[in-house]
Design a protein around this ligand. Structure first.
Ligand code: PXP
Length: 233
C-alpha cells in the first residue's frame, strides 16, 4: 500500500490531518502486507518525520521509495526501512513517469546499492519492462525489480494486451537472472488481476486507486476490495 496520497491531502493544508501513519496502520489491519512511501526531494507529500514515525508503527514491511540523490540516500541509510525501491525523480512530474534508467545509472547504482544492502535492506529498482534494464538491474546486484505497469495501465484494447505480453516476458527474464519481481503504478480495481496473475510477481505497489476509493468506503473497505480484486490475499 503506497500512502503518499494520504500525505498529499494533508500537505494541501500543511496541517496534521489526514495522518498517513494512522492510515497505514488501518491499512495493515485490513490486510495490506506492506507499506510504501516515497520521500521526494521536493517533499511534496511524505515528510522526513513521517518516515521516522512509519518505522515505529509499521509491523509488516516498510518500503521506502527513493531517488539516487545524496541527501535522500543518507536518510534512507538511517531510516531502518526493510526495502528500498530506487526510482527516477523529475521535479516537474505529477507522479513517477518512466522507470529508472539502470543502464545509464550504473555508476551511481554501484555506489549506492551495496550501502543499502549493508544496512540490511532489500534493494529494488523500479524499471520499465525492458530486457536491457533487467540485465542492468542484475549487474547492479539488486534483489528485486519493480516492473513499471504505467504503460499497461494507460493502454486500452490490443495495445494493453501487447503491454501485458511485454510485462510477462520481463517477469520471465527477471526470474532467469535471479531477480525477484514486484510490480506497480497505475493499478486499479479493474486492471490489477492480470498483473497479479503474471509469473513470479510477489508484491504489488498500489496507491492512488486505493486512497481514492477509501474516500467512499473507508480505508479498510478499500483495502479489502482490492484484495478481492486480485484474487488471493
Ligand atoms: N510504484 C512506484 C515506484 C511509484 O512511484 C508509485 C507512485 O508513487 C507507485 C508504485 C504507485 O502508483 P499508483 O499511485 O499509481 O498506484
Amino acid at each position: 500500500m503506497n500512502i503518499d496520497h494520504v500525505a498529499t491531502v494533508r500537505q494541501a493544508r500543511r496541517g496534521e490531518s489526514p495522518d498517513p501513519v494512522a492510515w497505514a496502520v488501518a491499512a495493515e489491519r485490513a490486510g495490506a502486507q506492506g507499506i510504501t512511501c516515497h520521500l521526494r526531494v521536493d517533499r511534496r507529500h511524505i515528510q522526513d518525520e513521517d518516515v521516522r514515525r512509519l518505522r515505529e508503527a509499521v509491523t509488516t514491511l516498510l518500503n521506502l521509495e527513493m531517488a539516487l540523490e545524496p541527501g535522500i540516500v543518507e536518510i534512507a541509510l538511517a531510516s531502518g526501512a526493510d526495502q528500498f525501491c530506487i526510482v527516477p525523480e523529475n521535479r516537474k512530474e505529477i507522479t513517477t513517469e518512466g522507470g529508472l534508467n539502470a543502464v545509464a545509472e550504473a555508476d551511481r547504482l554501484a555506489l549506492v546499492v551495496p550501502r543499502l544492502r549493508q544496512v540490511g535492506g532489500q534493494v529494488s529498482l523500479f524499471v520499465d519492462p525492458d530486457l536491457e534494464q533487467l540485465d542492468a538491474a542484475s549487474r547492479a546486484e539488486a534483489e528485486y525489480v519493480e516492473l513499471h505497469t504505467g504503460s499497461y495501465s494507460n493502454a486500452r484494447g490490443a495495445e494493453r494486451e501487447r503491454e501485458l505480453g511485454r510485462l510477462a516476458r520481463a517477469c520471465e527474464r527477471a526470474h532467469e537472472l535471479g531477480l525477484r519481481v514486484n510490480a506497480g503504478h497505475g493499478l486499479d480495481y479493474d486492471n490489477v488481476d492480470a498483473i497479479a496473475a503474471l509469473p513470479h510477481v510477489e508484491e504489488l505497489n498500489i496507491g492512488h486507486s486505493i486512497v481514492s476509493r477509501s474516500l467512499t468506503v473507508g480505508v479498510e473497505g478499500a483495502i479489502r476490495e482490492m484484495i478481492a480484486a486480485f484474487g488471493s490475499p
